[in-house]
Design a protein around this ligand. Structure first.
Ligand SMILES: CSCCC(=O)C(=O)COP(=O)(O)O
Ligand SMILES: [Mg+2]
Length: 233
């Protein structure tokens, strides 16, 4: 099989540790959510998130305090809801800018992404984190600014990561046939959806969570053992 023309990568559990997202990013957003909404609640982007959250919850009459409580519940449940993800990105922006957060990216992922980019492979991100949040984790990363290696970013505004239609949309946006794109993720439901859309896939098993048995995707433990230039699926 030919070399893929593009790689699309997940973040949490793939380029970056699950522990960083769960133990640093999510608690930071939870801690600052109420204060952020109180301070920025009149800004159009924040009002839109609050309104979208109420619509999504089917509770259009909820006040700001009730909406914050709803968003905190969603955060605790790790709901991949676009208004929550957008707000998280806005809150993290302050943390990154103040130097309170540095984005975790595994050294092997940073090294490989830079090498693949230098060799001309087109690289994209598809994460449930908002596009703004994706640019922050890679822009303020412990491995330096990785944003120059990426040609584009996709988030839940393209669609849920567990639906094949989302990957079809990404392939159309990249103007590539799905079989020319390799998708990397630690989540086999996402990999199944990508495979259903015709993408090539590889599962990252970094040992933080067990992959379900019998998923059928090629498995690698880090990016070092992943060579898209020799990839066969
Ligand atoms: C952009 S870093 C925060 C990631 C995040 O919010 C999340 O829900 C993880 O989603 P992923 O699709 O990267 O597993
Ligand atoms: Mg993931």
């Amino acid at each position: 099989m030919s070399v893929p023309k593009a790689v699309v990568t997940d973040i949490e559990g793939t380029t970056s540790s699950i522990a960083f997202v769960k133990d640093v990013l999510f608690p930071f957003a939870r801690k600052h959510l109420a204060e952020y909404v109180a301070t920025h609640g009149q800004e159009a982007a924040v009002r839109q998130c609050l309104s979208d959250a109420r619509t999504l919850a089917g509770e259009p009459a909820l006040g700001d305090v009730g909406t914050v409580a709803l968003l905190q519940r969603w955060l605790d449940e790790d709901r991949k809801a676009t208004p929550l993800k957008t707000l998280q990105g806005l809150i993290w922006a302050d943390g990154y800018a103040r130097g309170e957060i540095k984005g975790h990216v595994h050294a092997d992922a940073a090294r490989a992404l830079r090498e693949w980019h230098a060799k001309g492979l087109r690289l994209y991100v598809y994460s449930s984190g908002s596009i703004a949040a994706q640019k922050l984790i890679f822009g303020y990363s412990v491995e330096g600014d990785l944003t120059p290696v990426f040609s584009g970013y996709f988030d839940t505004t393209t669609g849920p990561k567990v639906e094949a239609a989302s990957y079809t949309k990404i392939a159309q946006a990249l103007e590539l046939v799905p079989g020319d794109i390799l998708f990397l993720s630690d989540n086999t439901a996402e990999l199944d959806a990508a495979k259903q859309a015709g993408f090539r896939t590889a599962a990252l098993d970094r040992g933080e969570v067990a992959l379900p048995p019998g998923h059928g995707h090629p498995v690698v433990h880090d990016f070092t053992s992943l060579d898209p230039f020799a990839h066969v699926s």
